[in-house]
Structures are given as structure tokens and as C-alpha cells.
Design a protein around this ligand. Structure first.
Ligand SMILES: Cc1ncc(COP(=O)(O)O)c(C=O)c1O
Length: 437
């Protein structure tokens, strides 16, 4: 009997029991579905359910599960070469770097590959400090950059991620992200003071001399913090502040990259040029690969042996990454995400008039959030009930936000339009039932 047959014989309940016994309780799961296999936008459970995937393993399978081009590239590489690390050079590593450079903002032309988003952020802190000879880093509340110590120090989306785990990395300072729906009192036609950089300037005046700051680390569209789209002036203003003060701009495109927001990278929406860009998640469509792409001028501050990794640049993960980038360019998937996302957003924006709990609907491309409020307060319980109801109806959808009150949609960029509409229909009926209308 094959392994697969053995697995198919076990009920979902048994898997859940074994999971609870063997797997650390640290994992906070969005559902208790037990997935046997997956294809495109469909997750198939061990007990025969076909669930529409609007989560993509948290923004990873942007091409859908088992995309044939990636499967083929991985199969071919598996039979050829898996791993060299720094014992030798490997063509897939060079080709993956070339593919990444080809789609990165102009000037970002040298790559360091590693395995996860957190590692990419760790690498960016080290590189920024090394390149500037400065120590301090500015990040944003609501930001999520990973769970390892450096990345976790930057992360400020939930206090629970940090509770009991300090002390953290010295030299990291947080200012607010321009989440106008929640923080700002200015009129819609007035400039947002946070986006103008007032909080950073205040920090420079009161606590952190600007000539000690190595980097500003920012998500171009805040993910875990609530799918917050900042005013279009925000990133260009950060670029200006960095230019004036000799600070490096580090853009974390781990969740917003690879076509997700309707451009290959989210920084393209405002034409912002980072000094260092961090990528992960959809880079390998499910195989672990991540990295930094930076200018030669910045990257040249590292010399042989000053940074390293065993698995980073693994040949099989690189083969997947090359196929991901080739497929996204060939099939113009960023454009598709922009088109489908605009259609979904238009429909969801209508819900603001229909449901008083729908406070804000926002997003770019197929990175879409719906922030729910009740009586002027974040409605986390309502979001959680809607999410659970969706899963019961075979739609896996996620949540986010510093108050857990945002429904987040991350469908594959390749999803059939009929599936996309069906998913939004399911979500709409669950919202309607939960708000009692
Ligand atoms: C914007 C952002 N940066 C970094 C990370 C960390 O990535 P990883 O979980 O691969 O370490 C995430 C993960 O969700 C993320 O969304």
C-alpha cells in the first residue's frame, strides 16, 4: 500500500488528534481542515471536501497549487542537482538571481538568497548596518516582518508575538504607519501628516539623531497589520527622507510582491526606488526560497564570509523560482491581478452602503481587506464568526489587522473568474447571515 493510500484511510478527526499531540501548540491555524492534495485554487481534504482557497498558504501560492510550469521545473531539477550550498557554484542559483533582478526596480541588481521572509529581513538589517556604519532602524507599528529575533524586533503588529520573549534587538524604533481609516482625523482631501513623515521627523528631533539611522524598513502595503494601503505620497516621502539623511530604504515585499498587488512589486505603484528589497513567499510558489535584492553599491559592503547560509540558493527551490517568474511574466499575471482585483473591490465597496459593520474596503490587485467595526469599535468577534462560517461553506479565507478585525483575501492570481465570483458570493452570504441581515 502506498503512503498516500494509508493517509487516505485515516479520518480528519484522527489527523487532528495526532496533530494536537505531536505538533507544537504555537501554530495558530485558520482552520482545522486536513488537506490531502491541492490543485489551482482548490484544496481537497482527506474527507473529500473541495475548498476554495482564498489564502494561498498566506500569500505564497500566487500561481495556484501545483502550477504545471513549476511542477515541471522542480521535477527536472530533482533529477539533476539538489544542493551545493557554498561548496561550489550552481547555474540555477545564478539564473534565479538573474530572473529576480530582471523584474526588480531599476538599479537593484545583486541578490542574496535565503529561505524565509524573516531571514531576508534579518539579512537586510545586517546589510544596512554594515553599509552605513550606523546602528538605528526605524520600522512601523502594524508592521510584520517575521518571527526570528531581528525580524521580530521590527514586527509590531501584535504585542502577543513579543510577550515574554524580550529583550529584543537594540536600536529599533517604531512610528505609526499611515492607516488613515483608524488613526487620522484629517479630511479625505487633506494631506496625511503621518504619510508626510511628521512622526519620523519628530523622532529625529526628540530621540534618534538622523545620522545614526541605518534604515527605514517598510511594507509598501501593510499586510498582517490590516491590508493597509498608504496614501500614494507616503513611499516617495520616505525615499526623500532617506535621501536627505543618508538612510537606506528597505522595502519588505514578502507579502505584497510577485504580482499580488497588480504590479510585479508593490513599490512600482508609486515608482519608489528601494535600496534593499526583501522577497519570499510567492517567490517559490510553495518551495522555500527568499532573498534580498540590492544595488551593487550597497551589496558591495559585504565581503566573502561576512554573511552566509547553508540552504539559501538551493537548486530545487531556485528552479521553482525561475519558473514562477517566467510564468508570471509570460502570462502577465500582475495585470490579471489588477483587473480582477479592481472588479472585486468595486463589488465589495458596495457593501459599505449595505452593511453598517463594513467600515473600510481597501486593497490593490488581489490583496484585499475588509475592515469591520461595530459601534465604532473593531469587530474581531464578527470577523472570526464570518471566517468560520466561510470555512464551513468551503471557502478558506483569512483575517488580519492589529485588532483582528479585517477579512483578508489572497486568492491565486490564476484563479478562474467563476471561482473568484463564487468565493465572493459565499463571503457575501456569510457576512449577511452574521450581521443578521
Ligand atoms: C511582510 C512580511 N514580511 C516578512 C514575513 C515573514 O516571512 P516568513 O514567515 O517566511 O519568515 C511575512 C510573513 O507573513 C510578511 O508578511
Amino acid at each position: 500500500m502506498t503512503d498516500l493510500a494509508v493517509r487516505g484511510d485515516q479520518s480528519a478527526g484522527l489527523w487532528r488528534e495526532r496533530d494536537a499531540e505531536l505538533i507544537s501548540p504555537a501554530y495558530s491555524r485558520y482552520s482545522d481542515l486536513v488537506i490531502d492534495h491541492a490543485l489551482g485554487a482548490h484544496l481537497h481534504t482527506v474527507d473529500g471536501r473541495d475548498v476554495l482557497d482564498f489564502g494561498c498558504g498566506i500569500g505564497v501560492t500566487n500561481l495556484g497549487h501545483l502550477h504545471p510550469a513549476v511542477v515541471k521545473a522542480v521535477h527536472e531539477q530533482v533529477d539533476r542537482l539538489w544542493h551545493t550550498s557554498v561548496t561550489a557554484l550552481s547555474p540555477p542559483m545564478v539564473d534565479a538571481a538573474a530572473a529576480l533582478v530582471a523584474v526588480s526596480p531599476e538599479g537593484l541588481d545583486q541578490v542574496f538568497l535565503n529561505n524565509s521572509g524573516a531571514e531576508a529581513l534579518e539579512s537586510s538589517i545586517k546589510l544596512a548596518r554594515r553599509a552605513t556604519g550606523r546602528t538605528e532602524i526605524i520600522a512601523f507599528t502594524g508592521g510584520f516582518h517575521g518571527r526570528t529575533y531581528g525580524a521580530l524586533t521590527l514586527t509590531a503588529s501584535k504585542a502577543r508575538y513579543r510577550e515574554g520573549m524580550g529583550p529584543f534587538l537594540p536600536g529599533v524604533h517604531h512610528v505609526r504607519y499611515p492607516h488613515c481609516f483608524r488613526y487620522c482625523a484629517h479630511r479625505a482631501d487633506e494631506e496625511c501628516p503621518i504619510a508626510r513623515g511628521d512622526e519620523i521627523e519628530h523622532l529625529f528631533k526628540t530621540t534618534v539623531p538622523p545620522d545614526t539611522v541605518a534604515a527605514i524598513v517598510v511594507e509598501p502595503l501593510q499586510g498582517e497589520g490590516g491590508f493597509v494601503v498608504p496614501p500614494a505620497t507616503f513611499l516617495p516621502r520616505l525615499r526623500e527622507i532617506c535621501n536627505q539623511r543618508g538612510i537606506l530604504l528597505v522595502c519588505d515585499e514578502v507579502q505584497s510582491g510577485f504580482g499580488r498587488t497588480g504590479r510585479f512589486f508593490c513599490v512600482e505603484h508609486t515608482g519608489t526606488q528601494p535600496d534593499i528589497m526583501c522577497v519570499a513567499k510567492a517567490f517559490g510558489n510553495g518551495l522555500p526560497i527568499a532573498g534580498l535584492v540590492a544595488t551593487h553599491a550597497v551589496m558591495s559592503h559585504w565581503h566573502p564570509g561576512e554573511h552566509g547560509t547553508t540552504y539559501g540558493g538551493n537548486a530545487v527551490a531556485c528552479a521553482a523560482a525561475i519558473a514562477v517568474i517566467d510564468t508570471m511574466r509570460r502570462d502577465r499575471l500582475a495585470d490579471r491581478a489588477a483587473r480582477l482585483g479592481a472588479r472585486v473591490l468595486q463589488r465589495l465597496r458596495g457593501w459599505r452602503d449595505e452593511f453598517e459593520e463594513v467600515g473600510d474596503v481597501r486593497g490593490l490587485g488581489l490583496m484585499i481587506g475588509i475592515e469591520l467595526m461595530r459601534g465604532g469599535r473593531p469587530a474581531a468577534d464578527l470577523v472570526s464568526s464570518i471566517q468560520r462560517r466561510c470555512v464551513e461553506r468551503d471557502l478558506l479565507i483569512l483575517t488580519c489587522g492589529i485588532d483582528d478585525n479585517v477579512i483578508r483575501m489572497l486568492p491565486p492570481l490564476t484563479i478562474d473568474e467563476a471561482d473568484l465570483d463564487r468565493g465572493v458570493d459565499i463571503l457575501e452570504s456569510c457576512v449577511r447571515e452574521e450581521v443578521g441581515r
